[in-house]
Structure formats: C-alpha cells, structure tokens
Ligand binder design. Structure first.
Ligand code: KDG
Ligand code: MG
Length: 404
C-alpha cells in the first residue's frame, strides 16, 4: 500500500492545530497531530518542505522504517519541531495500518490492559474561593483526580490560571506579542502549601490532587516545596525544576517522598536517561504529539516499566483530538499506565475533529472505530484559519525573564 498524498491542514477553531493527512493508493487515509503551541508554522514548513516530498511512494505499512529514516536520515536529530513533524507521520501511518486491519489502534498495540482510562482535570482560580468552586466543577464532571493551580497574592497573573471561554476552555493569547506575566518564587512557596491545606480541609484526604510547578524552581526550592506538601499527600508534583537538567532531580529526590512527574517538553528517550535509570521520577509525561509518535512513546513506557515508573501522558487543550486519540489508544494498551491528563476541547473543535473516544464519569475510552477513530472536517477546518498566538513570557518584579 503506497502513500500517494500527504497534506498539512492548519485550523484554529478557538486555538491553532496542525494536522497531517496521509492518503494511500488503496484510498485509506490517516491523521497525525503536529501541533506545537506558539510555534505551529515552523512544523508546517518542516512537514511541507522537507517531509511530505519524502513520503510519496513509500509503503504505508513500514512505520518503524519510515520513523527511523525521518529521524536518522535528517542527521539533525531531536528537538520539538522535528519530533512533532515525525509524530504526525507516525500516528497517521498507525491510523492507516489499523484501518487496513479493520481494528481500533489499541488492538494492534497488544489489546486492552484495562477497561477504562483514569484521567485528571484542571481546577484553577485567581483566589482560594474560586479554586474551590473550580474543584467542585471538576468533581461534578466526574474527574477522579484534579490538578490545582491558583493565583498568588501579590502577582497580577500566573500561567495556568486562565481566562476561559463558554466551554470552560482556556482562551489562548492571540496577537503579535506574547502576554507578559509576573513571578515571585518566595510568594509562591509561601502560598501553595496553604492552598493544599485548604483544598484538603474542604474535600478530604482521598481526592487525588496534582500540582504543576512549570519548571519555575531551583532544586533546593523544589525540595522545600515537596517537603511542605508531604502532609497533604499530592498525587504528584509536576515539572518542579527546569527539565533540561536531569541531575537536578537527584537533589529533589533526596529530600522528599512526594511523587515526581516530568517530561511534557521532552521529545526523545535521551531526555529521560538519568531520570529513569536512577529512578528520580515516578511518571513520564510526554505527549504522543511532541515525542515522535506512538512508536517511540511505546518504547519509552516499556523502558520506564523496568523501573516501576508509570505513564502520565500530557493532554492539554493544545494537543488536538488527533493527538489525544493516539494517546488514549496507547493508555488502554500499556501495562504501566498511570493517569491521563484530560482538558477536553471546545464544541467547535469537536466538530472539526469528530472523534470516537469518549469521556464518561472521569474516564476515557478510545472506542471501537477502526484506526485512531478521528475524522477531520476539512471544510470546517478551512473556515477557521490560523491566528497568531503565543505562550506567555514571565518576568520577575525587576524585569528579569523567568521560567513560567
Ligand atoms: O503549550 C503549553 C501547554 O501544553 C502546557 O503549559 C500545559 O503544563 C501544561 C500541562 O501540564 O498541561
Ligand atoms: Mg504541565
């Protein structure tokens, strides 16, 4: 079965998504997500100028070989743009293979290891009462686990505490310049333990609570936060230090028993080498979309499993339903599944990308449609063209740029 066409579709039904559609001579099509939030068009060019021409004429069944030739053949390995582009090809080819077999993708990955997929949702508030309301809203949607993020007294805006649309989805900051937010680590470190205390007091000891520190802390600050959160038993503390420095987690690990999760900005197994072999983390958090696809993420999970480390796939709104679908199939199949982040998408996005996966009572299921189970409405996609949007820049009170 030969690839006869591959095209890139960019659409913005509320936020930007980049999708690769691959077509074969047997009339089968496959979709892959290539969305890189805030740098979308770089991946479009990578695909259109350098990958699509290489795909035409290839055997669509040769997924591993195509992956290796795109990764090794480029010579310039790794990086989010390259790996998002390769991910889109990989997922589109898995979609085609599963459709050719007449099976949902998870069956080709070994079949279901569980009946349904536990998720966590996001609760956020500018202050504590708003956060408690947001936790209640997530509980009423059935989420068994909830990530809590709040505004910090003295700061005007904090990443992860968003303005939302009518579907309760974060509105991206559109325009030619990023939003500038402010930051004060000491204020944050003073405030977050009090937030956990209040949420535990309100909702009891059993609710699984997560928190994302967004790479903002030094190792010793992260160690202090971990220690201070221990009495409140978080499910995990995410991205506590800048992810580039794997050794930093040694220091954090020495000081706290809080479970650690990292990896949403990683794009290859090499980013995890020390973290996994030294058992410095408990959850690997990469997205199918940013890690080169199902093929390498499956290998990462198998590697992590040898060290009792589980999956916690990144699932924010900027992963399209195509990327989410691929994640959900993988979640159902792998043994060392931990939890799936699930933000969902607005109604218009769900029309552009009609998907077979379902969210019921806080749990996802990929459904039984052949392939990954997503149909792209290209006319509706074209009616909502790309709009420039950036992630924010974070600055300290003196103007210094800081991680967000
Ligand atoms: O594009 C950036 C977002 O995907 C990221 O900030 C979301 O941290 C995030 C999370 O854990 O979902
Ligand atoms: Mg995160």
């Amino acid at each position: 079965m030969k690839i006869v066409d591959a095209k890139v579709v960019v659409t913005s039904p509320g936020r930007n998504f980049v999708t690769l559609k691959v077509t074969t001579d047997e009339g089968l099509t496959g979709l892959g997500d290539a969305t890189l939030n805030g740098r979308e068009l770089a991946v479009v060019s990578y695909l259109e100028d350098h990958v699509v021409p290489l795909l035409i004429g290839l055997d669509a069944h040769r997924i591993e070989d195509t992956w290796q030739s795109l990764y090794r053949g480029a010579y310039w390995r790794r990086g989010p743009v390259t790996m998002a582009a390769i991910a889109a090809v990989d997922v589109a080819l898995w979609d085609i293979k599963a459709k050719a077999a007449g099976l949902p993708l998870y069956q080709l990955l070994g079949g279901a290891s569980r009946d349904r997929i536990r998720t966590y949702g996001h609760a956020e508030g500018r202050d504590l009462p708003e956060l408690l309301d947001s936790v209640r809203a997530r509980l009423s949607q059935g989420f068994p686990a909830i990530r809590i993020q709040t505004g910090i007294p003295g700061l005007t805006s904090v990443y992860g505490v968003h303005t939302t649309d009518t579907d309760d989805k974060p509105v991206p900051h559109q325009g030619a310049q990023p939003l500038v937010e402010d930051w004060d680590t000491e204020a944050y470190l003073r405030h977050i333990p009090r937030v956990f205390e209040a949420v535990r007091a309100e909702f009891g000891p059993e609710l699984a609570l997560l928190h994302d520190a967004h790479h903002r802390l030094t190792p010793i600050q992260a160690a202090r936060l971990g220690q201070e959160l221990e009495p409140y038993r978080p499910f995990w503390l995410e991205d506590c230090t800048p992810a580039e420095n794997q050794e930093a987690l040694r220091l954090v690990r020495r000081h706290t028993t809080v479970q650690l999760a990292i990896g949403e900005v990683f794009n290859t197994v090499h980013d995890y080498q020390t973290l996994i072999t030294e058992q410095l983390i408990d959850y690997v958090r990469s997205a199918v979309t940013h890690f080169g696809g199902v093929t390498p993420l499956r290998k990462l999970f198998d590697f992590a499993a040898q060290y009792q480390i589980k999956s916690g796939i990144h699932g924010p709104e900027d992963i399209s339903p195509v990327g989410m679908a691929a994640a959900v199939h993988l979640d159902l199949a792998v043994h060392n599944f931990g939890i799936q982040e699930y933000s969902g998408h607005n109604a218009l996005t769900r029309e552009v990308f009609r998907h077979a996966y379902t969210f019921t009572d806080g749990h996802l299921h990929p459904g039984e449609a052949a392939g990954i189970g997503v149909e792209l409405d290209e006319d509706l996609a074209a009616a909502h063209p790309y709009r420039q949007a950036y992630l924010p820049v974070n600055r300290l009170h003196d103007g210094t740029v800081h991680d967000w």
